[in-house]
Design a binder for this molecule. Structure first.
Ligand code: MD6
Ligand code: FE
Length: 221
């Protein structure tokens, strides 16, 4: 098995194609997005032409290493005043581009596969990682609708995903997220602390040195 390959790094490698259960209501679906990966990346590039990637500033004054943009009814923003969802792009006042049909179909498929009834389609955030980009441990708690799961799609260079517990001090496990992997989490796992380790310098035919992550949420009730 390929598991041995990553054992020395403490990364738990997943068996091909079988869903990996992270916790109650949380799963990795390896390769679920592979058939439409190119279409998803094309759609993400089209969104980025209308709503460019930017490095947001945290309330603490740090420039985030991940570059972000969004589609759908709500985009996520951060500045010195705090984190919040906005209806429009703060830089231009324009609406966020709509969620493409290709995104919506995959989100519905993943939501059902994880056993949830409501697909999170109010907001699609797009994160762009380059070598060294990381996302520090956080909870996704700026949404009112924490009863609806989050669907997350990984494209391009593989990353190490950090998966903790409901408090910052809980032990963390590491999982590799590869091109086409889809993660769904909701229910009792919805507020689990998680993050992404610094992206290794590597290349993927679809994205070069980058990793692209799409996350879909329901924001309001
Ligand atoms: C990422 N994802 O994979 C970062 N948050 O690039 C997240 O922070 C995330 O994947 C909530 C739910 C799913 C996620
Ligand atoms: Fe998150």
């Amino acid at each position: 098995m390929t598991g041995d390959l990553f054992d020395h790094l403490g990364v738990q490698e997943k068996a091909a194609e079988e869903p990996v259960r992270l916790g109650e209501g949380a799963f990795i679906f390896p390769g679920m997005a592979l058939p439409q990966a190119e279409a998803l990346l094309d759609a993400a590039r089209a969104i980025a032409r209308k709503a460019p990637f930017r490095h947001l500033i945290t309330p603490g004054g740090h420039r985030m290493s991940v570059a972000m943009t969004a589609c759908g009814d709500w985009g996520w923003n951060s500045d010195r005043k705090g984190y919040r969802y906005t209806r429009t792009q703060p830089e231009t006042g324009e609406a966020w581009p709509p969620i493409p049909d290709s995104f919506e179909r995959l989100v519905r498929q993943a939501t059902m596969a994880a056993g949830f009834s409501e697909a999170p389609l109010q907001s699609g955030l797009i994160n762009l990682y380059r070598p060294g980009t990381r996302l520090s441990l956080h909870q996704d708690r700026d949404e009112e609708a924490t009863d609806v799961p989050i669907v997350s799609v990984s494209l391009g260079v593989a990353a190490t995903f950090l998966w903790g517990g409901l408090t910052r001090k809980d032990p963390m496990r590491r999982f590799r997220l590869s091109h086409g992997d889809v993660v769904v989490w909701g229910g009792p796992s919805r507020l689990v602390f998680h993050g992404v380790a610094p992206l290794a310098r590597s290349t993927h035919p679809a994205t070069g040195e980058c990793r692209v992550n799409l996350t879909f949420r329901r924001v309001t009730r």
